[in-house]
Design a binder for this molecule. Sequence first.
Ligand code: MG
Length: 274
Amino acid sequence: MKIRAKGVKIVVCLSLVMVLGVGGYAAKQMVKYDVHDTTRPNPPVMTPPEQVGQPPSDAIKLFDGSKDTLDLEWLSEKGGGEVKWIVENGYMQVAPKAGGIRTKRPFGNCQLHVEWCAPEGVDPKITDQKRSNSGVILMDRYEVQVLDSYTEKNYDDNRTYADGQAAAIYGQHPPMVNACRKPGQWQSYDISFMQPLFDEGGNLVRKGRITVLHNGVIVHNNLEIEGTTAHKRKAAYKPHDGGTGYIHVQDHGNPLKFRNIWIRELPEEPYLIK
Ligand code: MG
């Protein structure tokens, strides 16, 4: 079978699909939920540790706090030119009507570190998806939600649908726990991502997979992504070439801050078996 991955054709046998595509079978009855199902329980709240990650020597520094790295590595989704976000004090901040941003280089399989901070002093009546929304999007399609999901009252003070809260694979999977810090505090995502693979006919051969640590806590563990992120409908895959999608940071109209964004490209080869 020929598979497209980052511009090269890789020949693998069906056992790859067997190894990577078949999950375990749960013995107990599993409850299934609709997209954005409000009866779906929110994850338990817990307290994360304080450490955040610095880039290792082989990482690409996508944003190190300087306007130079922002200009070098990112462009505006609005018109494709210079990013008009605020850059100060080692962070960048979503600016009104500036639009989202995306990397200039494409990335497929990767380890990605992003730090973000939700604004303090937001009116407590502003909740749900309006409460400091942004997102980190892989390959133009797959969103890890950024939202202020910090709660001191088991979500009575700040609730949204579980598959749309912070660190959710938006519209698909809630995080296993809510590791959110308070607004005004810096938080981190450490993401390990394996791109989906399609054969030459555009058929899905392997779903994308993702592991996410929120503030150092695993909230998704080698999880299958169900398809392109969608709102109020079930995600599905559309074929795309490997290595041709970009990383985006979403402008959802809220002044979130971001800093210390770095990435390591991960090879496909170690996971292919003959
Ligand atoms: Mg979002």
